[in-house]
Design a protein around this ligand. Sequence first.
Ligand SMILES: [Zn+2]
Length: 276
Amino acid sequence: MSFLSDPVASFGLDPSNKATPHHPASVDGMKITIVGSGDAFGSGGRAHTCIRLDARAATVVVDFGSGSMTAWQKLGFDSNDIDAVVISHLHGDHFGGIPSLLLHAQFVAHRRKPLLFVGPPGLKARLQDMLDLFFPGSPKADWSFAWQVREIPGGRKITVAGLSLETFDVIHSPGSMPTGMRLSDGKHVFAYSGDTAWTDVLYAIAADADLFLVECSSGDEPIPNHLHWPQLKSKLKGFSAKRIVVTHLGPSAIAKIPEMQAAGLSVANDGLSLDL
Ligand SMILES: [Zn+2]
């Protein structure tokens, strides 16, 4: 019997244990749900990065870090809700949860509809490596649904599940192929920094967006490849986004939440839901 041939017995999963249906965005709106707002270390008990976008056309998830499948289900979400997953960069706290998502789709949700993954060059190979490492044999599974990976670098504009996706090169560990992005349904724009050190590209990513989700990993002290609060604070006047939400918070950044709020920003927490 192969690794994937007797899933429920193998994993002790109860196929009748369905998640509560999620209420999607209003007819013409876009709903953003922060599934995970933590840094790579899970600081403050926050889950790794994962953001759900419910638009009229589709439900798209931005990033799916390790443990996101748990955080997803804590909110009553089902993997069958997802039409596409867009990955900002190839670090475990942003894409390490995909193997569990695929297994949930196969064994618990009994998925039939296709699932698309979009991300930087290298995503496909690293995803296959991850599957084989975490669940040996799974890359050759007889999947109950079609899934594919589409790799795009920064600086491209494509359509994903009926939404417009524009990617931007940002500054982070080079091997992670870091990008920021804008996702739009034609009426609303969700913008996201990804993980990055300061770059003026963030102004372009955030330009006139309905919501700009920006990382701020550190409080007072600068750290490589990330933003810290004094730096972000000094740049705020340059942003034209209607609303700025801070995420990817490390311990010292969590201590600065009152200051961030006093500066007019919103601060993400796991489960925060915002209507655009
Ligand atoms: Zn990160």
